[in-house]
Write a protein that binds this ligand. Structure first.
Ligand code: FCB
Length: 448
């Protein structure tokens, strides 16, 4: 067996997001988010679950930070709930909301854990959605004010920032298919939302350059999957290229190359009409960042399908093992993806900001959660990550999704991604076998 050793200073982290763990959705002046509202629509969330209590992290963050410390994490990626800070999106900040993140950051630093803060992990203030949400260009302005406020509030202690988490998901599932909040099903709106999200990212990076202290860094997190054709037939190869365009290039190209991919632009123009995009916008969106955050869970395999309009492709299931989400376990995809990112975009640095797996965990009669499959999933991905680093990709850290079982969006509490089990009746936390194993990886700085 080979020992895969990671460099000194590598960040070993875990990730979470505000809406998925905090609970306390109406407490201390927090405003309503689009997810608080969306969850009330019957049939949108499995079991009618809501984020109202979630892991109650808002009240139990000290216990959670202690758990992180006991696992030897040296970094933790969390997100800030915009409606806690600006309950109606803009105007006067809510001091109690800011206090919560102040206390969280202080506690992390005291435990020797470096915070990485994400500004937007999908919980838009509902008041802004009432004005059009991400379809409205003005939302980008509100975002920048909020971002600038947070840079000033936490910037003396937080030196790693992410503007947005997974713009593809926020735009496509939120405004295109309606599976996520705010539940709009209109593809042209999804494209407008994607553009305004990217624009708000670029504007926030510019504000950051004015406000942040020396050495602080900012980036964006994309959900990226390498796309493989189901066969070597030309039509399948072209279908794979189209999906890669919609999922990966539509976001990475404007950010790193300053333009939307032409092939997909043509396709969207034919299908949905012209989006409102100016040359100046592209300059803002491609404002240089300090790193790219990559969330990787699985690959995509697609075939040509003329019936499936407008992209004329469909996804193919392979016969390899899948997780409880039905996502194929394909660790080699992480290697392929990282090399491709390096080759096509050459970002200054990369962080794996999410990687992990849902399985149907059970607590044994002895009170243990033995999640071997998750451990195996993580191990295999770390090995591929290490391989990519050996081959020259500069990756500075790895954040497991997720520290705790949590509210998995439309799946509610039915999917468990945590390395710490949460009993939603008692809110008791039980570190799973994978957590203990991850601690040993961190202690050794290597994986077998
Ligand atoms: C990602 C999200 C994260 C979580 C994982 C499973 O798309 O960023 O919040 O839901 O998937």
């Amino acid at each position: 067996m080979t020992l895969h050793t990671f460099p000194d200073g590598f960040l070993w982290g875990a990730a979470s997001s505000s809406c998925q763990i905090e609970g306390a959705t109406l407490e201390d002046g927090k405003g309503e988010s689009i997810w608080d509202r969306f969850c009330r629509i019957p049939g949108k969330i499995v079991n009618g679950d809501t984020p109202a209590i979630a892991c109650d992290h808002y009240h139990r963050f000290s216990e959670d930070v202690s758990l992180m410390e006991s696992l030897k994490l040296n970094s933790y990626r969390f997100s800030i709930a915009w409606p806690r800070i600006f309950p109606v999106g803009g105007g006067r900040p809510n001091v109690k909301g800011v206090d919560f993140y102040n206390r969280l950051v202080d506690e992390l630093l005291a435990a020797g854990i470096r915070p990485m803060a994400t500004l937007y992990h999908w919980d838009l203030p509902q008041a802004l959605q009432d004005k059009g949400g991400w379809i409205a260009r003005d939302t980008a302005k509100y975002f920048v004010d909020y971002a600038a406020y947070m840079f000033e509030a936490l910037g003396d202690r937080v030196d790693l920032w992410i503007t947005h988490n997974e713009p593809w998901v926020a735009a496509t599932l939120g405004y295109g298919t309606g599976e996520h909040a705010p539940g709009v099903s209109h593809m042209p709106s999804a494209l407008a939302a994607a553009h305004n999200i990217l624009l708000s990212h670029g504007e926030a990076v510019r504000a950051f350059r004015d406000l942040s202290r020396q050495g602080a860094r900012i980036g964006i997190t994309l959900n990226m999957s390498p796309v493989y054709p189901a066969s070597s037939n030309e039509c399948d190869v072209l279908a794979a290229r189209r999906w890669d365009g919609c999922l990966n290039r539509w976001y990475a190209d404007p950010l790193f190359l300053g333009s939307y991919p032409e092939d997909i632009m043509e396709l969207y123009l034919r299908a949905f009409g012209a989006p409102s995009i100016s040359i100046e916008d592209m300059g803002i969106i491609s404002t240089p960042t300090d790193f790219l955050g990559v969330n990787y869970y699985s690959r995509a395999v697609v075939k040509a399908d003329p019936e499936a309009q407008p992209l004329e492709l469909s996804h193919v299931r392979t016969n390899r093992p899948v997780t409880a989400m039905g996502w194929e376990v394909y660790p080699e995809g992480l290697y392929d993806l990282l090399l491709r990112i390096e080759q096509d975009y050459d970002p200054p640095a990369v962080f794996i900001t999410e990687n992990g797996a849902a399985y149907d965990d059970q607590v044994s009669s002895g009170g243990l959660v033995d999640d071997r499959e998750r451990m195996e999933y993580i191990r295999a991905h770390l090995i591929q990550l290490h391989r990519a680093m050996q081959d020259g990709v500069e990756v500075e850290g790895y954040y497991l999704w997720s520290i705790l079982d949590n509210f998995e969006w439309a799946f509610g509490y039915s999917k468990r991604f945590g390395i710490i089990y949460v009993d939603y009746t008692t809110l008791k936390r039980i570190p799973k076998s994978s957590a203990r194993w991850y601690r040993s990886v961190i202690e050794r700085g290597s994986v077998l």
